[in-house]
Design a protein around this ligand. Structure first.
Ligand code: HXC
Length: 270
């Protein structure tokens, strides 16, 4: 397999004129998604709690793609900060067409010793954060103009992964929310979908969940025989927001090389 695709899959201008807001867009998978959106014509706002990380990522992506990317600090757990991020987006670009709910928190911990606050923290970032951002998006712009929401989910809850009760529960809520919002907001011209990535190389999630030589053990359990790449999640996102997917809403697209069906759910996958 090539390390990256030898050619672009999508026409480089197919998102010309569109604007995206990506939570968690300063790092990892969501930075990759942002860069792909920019490379296909979007302008973008990325949000997270870390102003310095955001500013650097936004400047680097603007430089690399020639399209404007702004970093706007916002904690998805705080509705007023989320609403302010949409206000800033509309002030800068006058519209927002694509919203990626990528902000997430995770660590390995057994449910029995997980503190109440630790469980609540991950639920708040992943599940409540997705609602806060989706509702603000609807109220501020999408409700009147239509658009696309893509939620970044996971496959942890398909089999019940030990040490992952907190993110698995939160992502199950995200999957449900994807369907509920798709049903309620379809008439407004809003498509709401999710992507469930499997093990993806060079992500914070995999650094936390598959450190060191665990990776080789995990790869042997994956039907496609390897970890995924960030650009493969980005391409799935491009597909979902594209005109190739205009009749797709309320779906969770699993992008995991077949991993959830065959991989042990026993983190760290011994
Ligand atoms: C047990 C922990 C812990 C750990 C934090 N806590 N880390 N408990 N084990 N390793 C507890 C704290 O003790 C505290 O509870 C509570 O969680 C909140 O911690 P804070 O540090 O105060 O919270 P905060 O600063 O908001 O940080 C949130 C965070 C942090 C989730 C804890 O790790 C974070 O910001 N992560 C963002 C980046 C990230 O995780 N990316 C990976 C996403 S991967 P007490 O009771 O002490 O107050 C992903 C993919 C999943 O989502 C799918 C993979 C296949």
């Amino acid at each position: 397999m090539p390390e990256t695709r030898p050619h672009a899959v999508f026409r480089p201008d197919f998102l010309d004129g569109r604007v995206a807001l990506v939570t968690g867009g300063g790092t990892g998978i969501c930075r990759g998604i942002t860069e792909a959106l920019l490379r296909h014509g979007c302008r973008a706002v990325i949000t997270s709690r870390k102003a310095d990380v955001l500013a650097r990522a936004a400047a680097e992506m603007t430089e690399a793609t020639g399209r404007t990317c702004l970093g706007v600090p916002a904690d998805v757990r705080k509705p007023d900060e989320v609403e302010a991020a949409f206000d800033r987006t509309l002030e800068a670009f006058g519209r927002v067409d694509i919203v990626i709910n990528g902000a997430a928190g995770n660590f390995l911990a057994p449910a029995a010793t997980l503190s109440y606050n630790a469980f609540r923290t991950v639920m708040e970032i992943d599940a409540l954060g997705t609602f806060n951002v989706s509702k603000a998006a609807f109220t501020k712009y999408l409700g009147a103009h239509g658009g696309n929401i893509v939620n970044i989910s996971a496959t942890l809850h398909y089999k019940g992964t030990p040490l992952q009760t907190h993110p698995g529960s939160a992502k199950a809520a995200v999957d449900a929310m994807t369907r509920h919002l798709a049903v309620e907001w379809g008439a407004a011209g809003i498509r709401v979908n999710a992507i469930a990535p499997g093990p993806i190389d060079e992500t914070e999630g995999m650094k936390r969940l598959a450190p060191g030589d665990v990776k080789q053990k995990v790869e042997r359990q994956i039907p496609l025989g390897r970890f995924g790449r960030i650009d493969e999640i980005a391409d799935a996102t491009l597909f979902l927001v594209s005109d190739a997917a205009t009749y797709i809403t309320g779906t969770v697209l699993v992008v995991d090389g077949g991993a959830w069906m065959t991989m042990s759910s026993l983190v760290p996958w011994e």
